[in-house]
Design a protein around this ligand. Structure first.
Ligand code: ZN
Length: 159
């Protein structure tokens, strides 16, 4: 299973690969007691494709509740450093929401935007993926956050 997204008018494509999708799918909040989960997204750049191969987290040290997820910053940096050597680049964050078809909260948008502005990178935008309760891909929100307004992506799903 993978989902492909066209990025604007460019030839560039964003691909959510099977491993990353499966990792996030396993943490869907199917039960009322399950807490939000989340982590980081890592991609390989291949010609005109940005292939998101890995979704990390949640990890020990994250602050998690039914309706919030706050990652542990030191663990995030360790993940970035470790994967960079393997050619996997940090491209954004993901987390779950206890709603069917998820939409980002105001603080979700502020935090990914702050992260984009404050960190050193060569990307035009950071990726935000939110995993809701509905089966994928319907239960997935995927958007780009850069200098301008957020761009919501609509993907093509393939098995
Ligand atoms: Zn959220």
């Amino acid at each position: 299973m993978s989902i492909e997204y066209s990025l604007g008018k460019s030839e560039q494509k964003l691909v959510l690969a099977d491993a990353a999708l499966s990792h996030m799918k396993r943490r869907q909040q199917r039960r009322w007691w399950q807490r939000e989960a989340g982590g980081q997204l890592f991609a390989r750049f291949l010609d005109a494709q940005i292939i998101v191969e890995e979704a990390t987290g949640p990890r020990f040290g994250d602050k998690r509740s039914r309706v919030s997820y706050i990652p542990y910053p030191a663990a995030e940096q360790r993940e970035i450093d470790k994967r960079f050597k393997l050619g996997l680049h940090y491209v954004g964050d993901w987390h779950t929401h206890p709603e069917q078809v998820p939409t980002p909260s105001g603080s979700d948008i502020v935090s990914i935007r702050n992260c984009f502005v404050m960190s050193r990178h060569d990307l035009d935008a950071f990726l935000l993926v939110i995993v809701g309760l509905a089966p994928l891909p319907g239960g997935l929100h995927v958007s780009l956050h850069g200098g301008k307004a957020p761009i919501i992506l609509q993907g093509t799903y393939s098995l």
